[in-house]
Design a protein around this ligand. Structure first.
Ligand code: FEO
Length: 402
């Protein structure tokens, strides 16, 4: 991809990675991603904001071929998908200075062995003049690493936000065209890496509220020409209410647990509770993470194996514990053959979740009538608790009576 003009003297550079399907050997990328770098040409100085993942270095270096001089390379975030090509860019432009936060400097030295002499560190709120363009650095930490900063281009009212507000989408559309698609991808991204830090994200949002932002240019995905689209979405994900929704991650071996899941899901649906059900043997964990953003309740379904939960269920519990959703209630359902400590093991894996545990339902072998009754009661309890708390379906879900 060639450089693309955003506004006068401001260009997108970087790489659209159509083929990548996994990030950090963990996070699924069903729609690929992009690594966005931005070139800003002031009347006196030229700056490059961020770089690209090292396997895509050749693309950025080729885009920089026609650029006679780079005065600054700005590293907003030390993770290698944005910083990994900095050494090659500095090699090409040996007089350029590397601008970064004080915390990121140490990380770039550790991760990329960038020589200390190349750095200029900037503090929160500091500005850098490029002549007729002024960059203001705003520390926006914990958009999943502690050192990340955003950069506000004052004259053009553009916020370069790095991972903050990003989405993993590979596309030729530089600007957001399909808002629904972008919001889904951005919510997935928020859920996967930022949800555990939502208190800090809230502070970052408050900090940005005093800026007049006309456009947000993140380091993944498309540019938002209407900044309020993504800012309002983040406010909802961080501060919005929980929904009248249950997330059911489950695994089944001989269909007993599946029968229980099917019964519970049907009973919840009948009581007006929304459910998102995930078969952990095949599920996309990004979808599961996204569902957790506003789910009031989690019900984990698992058979007992080797005297404990199935490893896939343990993985889901570990993930939920790490992501720390706002969820208020949790229960466990599943079958066992002769005994075990499934409930105790799973309950011990979620210390970060501030949840009330609702009486689990365990079935010996295939679920019996008594087990189905217990599942009915579990559905009733969940529906009642959601009602008591005032949890509602999302605003766009209208109730239709038959
Ligand atoms: Fe897109 Fe945290 O790197």
């Amino acid at each position: 991809m060639r450089p693309r003009k955003i506004k006068d003297k401001i260009y997108w550079m970087g790489s659209v990675d159509w083929d990548r399907r996994l990030f950090d050997t963990l996070v699924p990328l069903p729609d690929g991603t992009s690594y966005n770098a931005y070139l800003i040409e002031g009347s006196e100085k030229t700056a490059l904001l961020d770089t690209v993942d090292p396997p895509m270095a050749h693309q950025l270096l080729s885009q920089l071929e026609g650029i006679p001089k780079l005065d600054y390379v700005i590293s907003q975030h030390a993770e290698q998908d944005h910083s990994g090509t900095i050494p090659r860019v500095l090699e090409k432009f040996p007089d350029a200075k590397l601008i970064t936060s004080s915390k990121a400097k140490g990380m770039l030295v550790d991760l990329l062995q960038v020589p200390e002499k190349d750095f200029i560190t900037v503090e929160d709120g500091e500005t850098l003049s490029l002549g007729d363009k002024t960059l203001k650095f705003i520390y926006t930490p914990w958009v999943h690493w502690p050192e990340t900063m955003s950069t506000y281009l004052e004259e053009d009212k553009i916020l370069f936000s790095c991972d903050f507000f990003g989405s993993h989408i590979a596309t030729t559309d530089l600007f957001v065209t399909d808002e629904g698609r972008v919001l889904e991808a951005a919510k997935r991204y928020f859920a996967e890496i930022m949800m555990p830090f939502r208190n800090v994200i809230q502070k970052n949002l408050e900090k940005l509220a005093s800026y007049e932002i006309e456009m947000i240019a993140p380091s993944h995905g498309q540019i938002y020409p209407r900044a309020s689209l993504i800012i309002d979405a983040y406010k909802d994900w961080v501060l919005g209410p929980l929904r009248n929704k249950v997330v059911v991650p489950y695994v089944t071996m001989h269909e007993s647990t599946k029968q229980m899941v099917d019964y519970l899901v049907s009973a919840l649906a009948e009581k007006g509770v929304g459910v998102e059900q995930f078969n952990l043997a095949v599920t996309d964990i990004g979808k599961l993470a996204m569902a957790l953003v506003d789910a009031a309740t989690i019900v984990i379904g698992t058979p007992t194996i080797l005297a404990g939960p199935h490893p896939y269920a343990a993985y889901a519990a570990f993930l939920a514990n790490a992501l720390r959703p706002k969820t208020k209630f949790l229960s466990i359902i599943g079958s066992y053959g002769w005994g075990g400590k499934t409930v105790e093991v799973l309950a011990g894996m979620i210390p970060n979740l501030k949840v009330e545990v609702i009486e689990p339902v365990l079935s010996k072998g295939l679920p019996s009538e008594a087990d189905f009754k217990a599942l009915e009661k579990l559905a009733e309890t969940i529906a009642m608790k959601h009602k008591e708390q005032g949890f509602k379906r999302p605003p766009d879900v209208k109730k239709h009576e038959p």
